[in-house]
Design a protein around this ligand. Structure first.
Ligand code: ZN
Length: 82
């Protein structure tokens, strides 16, 4: 699993097959990289938001590794893609 640190990395991974885990104060969500609810603008906005300072984003191409992330929940928007 790789932590996504920049918007450039996010854009690169977004175009690949795989999974994002987004962890913040509201919880930990597992997304497909194709999820419509996760795009570069939301990544940028939320990453730059002081209230979401603890927000972290990870990428993996391994579904089982993604599922193993502690307390992760499937995103409601993209469940069918997972
Ligand atoms: Zn999603």
């Amino acid at each position: 699993m790789i932590e996504v640190m920049t918007i450039e990395d996010f854009t690169t991974y977004k175009s690949q097959q795989g999974y994002f885990i987004i962890a913040d104060s509201t919880g930990r969500k597992l997304h497909s990289t194709r999820c419509a609810a996760v795009d570069s603008s939301s990544f940028k906005d939320k990453a730059g938001d002081a209230a979401s300072h603890s927000r972290r984003c990870f990428y993996t191409d391994d579904f089982f590794e993604a599922r193993e992330y502690p307390k992760v929940k499937k995103c409601e928007e993209c469940r069918r893609l997972l």
